[in-house]
Ligand binder design. Sequence first.
Ligand SMILES: Nc1ncnc2c1ncn2[C@@H]1O[C@H](COP(=O)(O)OP(=O)(O)O)[C@@H](O)[C@H]1O
Ligand SMILES: [Mg+2]
Length: 253
Amino acid sequence: MPADTHVEVRDLRLAYGTKEVIHGISFDIRRNEIFGVIGPAQSAKTSLLRCLNRTIEFSPEARVSGSIHVDGEDVRQVKDLYGLRRKIGMVAPLPVGLPISIYDNVAFAPRCAGLTRKGDLDDLVEQCLRQAALWDEVKDRLNSLGTKLSGGQQQRLTIARALSHQPEILCLDEFSIAIDPVTTMRIEDVLKELRKDMTIILVTNLTQQARRLTDRTMFLWNGEIIELDRNAVIFGDQPGDKRTYDYVMGIFG
Ligand SMILES: Nc1ncnc2c1ncn2[C@@H]1O[C@H](COP(=O)(O)OP(=O)(O)O)[C@@H](O)[C@H]1O
Ligand SMILES: [Mg+2]
């Protein structure tokens, strides 16, 4: 496996019961790239993310075959599942605010992991809120409820919480569907900064967002890879597959 390969997926298949939704796909994700996954609804984008950190196991009818290696380690053999899920952070389409203070939202996971010294926690909370571009707006009210923030602020709080695990890989699943364009652009700027420190998997049904942000993009359609290439190719005049061109141009999808 090349040194810059962070995630290696080989012949991945996923079925819910008897319905196969990922049909044997193979691809690599490189370290510190922003890797885009685009495709219409029901293409299995979310299911793919759930295979990576094994939250797919919350669906008892799910059947996975093939292999996924992260840092060369087979995720299906991983004993420390919580460790795996810390390593691969997930941000869902809608903000998931815990009904506790802003501070505690971010401090929750590190406390569970054994970080208890107040000074260390304070530093980590500040760092994560800064990375999520939320610090300046909340630094004077860290003790107020996270759920009282606006939708866009709550989504940034969700990102801060994902960062509190200090993940190596940050997955964002259509993070901007419920937030305004100004906040979306702020978070896009955050992601450009974060890629220095981690690998980012950006699932989006907004092709323009993938065009703005990603290094390489995979076009997934009905659980199959139509095309995976550099941005300039996927969003250029002549991608390798006509369906990519049609989808990116908004002719279908
Ligand atoms: N828990 C589940 N049980 C059964 N089918 C599911 C489940 N989750 C998703 N699916 C099906 O898998 C397919 C892919 O869904 P999903 O991964 O959510 O796609 P996307 O994120 O691209 O919209 C869809 O046909 C969907 O109905
Ligand atoms: Mg989805």
